[in-house]
Design a binder for this molecule. Structure first.
Ligand code: AMP
Length: 208
């Protein structure tokens, strides 16, 4: 199974991705996680990407495309993968298509999680991460337990200012990817304005 998960920031892509990779036994490739790992490791890519990410801007297509196209060629993707956060622009979608057709494989579905803009800002600005486990919490909807609360951190691009830029970029750059995939007949849309397990059920139903 080769899947793409698309949605605005804080649509719940990471949460749904975890469920999908578990069910289908496929490899989870999150471009955001890969870029954050590159920043942490201090690689050239990380240094270049950080300047864009901190302000909520998209990292230039050529950098992200190279990173992802190389990654999907690795052997742990032979039985399938889930792309989370990539492609995020039309040029990225086109580059992915070329790379997959060169490799003789094709996508099975593109799942778009729809969440209204007015819900996104609250979801993002309340989001916190436990740096020790990577677990994600929300200060209002799923607060961290007392023993974790003192160490949770906010992602640098989860501030209100960066969030508004990310939302703007989503509409300008990423939303045009949806009609592109709609024309292939592979696009499936789900309502992300529901409890996480309800969204998961919708996705499983569609894919089955
Ligand atoms: P995410 O973890 O998916 O929310 O991504 C965090 C940030 O990483 C984004 O706001 C972008 O700055 C950058 N990023 C992740 N994936 C991409 C991509 N496919 N294209 C460009 N920038 C990306």
């Amino acid at each position: 199974m080769r899947l793409i998960l698309i949605g605005p920031p804080a649509a719940g892509k990471g949460t749904q991705a975890a469920k999908l990779v578990e069910k289908y036994g496929i490899t989870h490739l999150s471009s955001g996680d890969m870029l954050r790992a590159a920043i942490k490791a201090g690689t050239d890519l990380g240094v270049q990407a950080a300047a864009y990410m901190d302000k909520g801007n998209l990292v230039p297509d050529d950098l992200v495309v190279d990173m992802m196209v190389e990654r999907v060629k690795e052997s742990d993707c032979d039985d399938g993968f889930l792309l989370d956060g990539f492609p995020r622009s039309l040029p990225q979608a086109e580059a992915l298509d070329s790379a997959l057709s060169e490799a003789g494989v094709s996508l099975d579905a593109i799942v778009a999680i729809k969440v209204p803009d007015d819900m996104i800002v609250g979801r993002i600005t309340g989001r916190r991460m436990d740096p020790e486990t990577g677990d994600i919490y929300h200060m209002d909807f799923s607060p961290p337990p007392a023993e974790v609360a003192s160490r949770v951190v906010q992602r640098q691009d989860d501030t209100e200012e960066a969030c508004r830029v990310r939302l703007e970029k989503y509409h300008a750059e990423t939303a045009p990817v949806l009609p592109y995939y709609e024309s292939t007949g592979l696009l499936k849309e789900v309502d992300g304005n529901a409890a996480p397990n309800v969204v998961t059920e919708q996705i499983f139903d569609i894919l089955s």
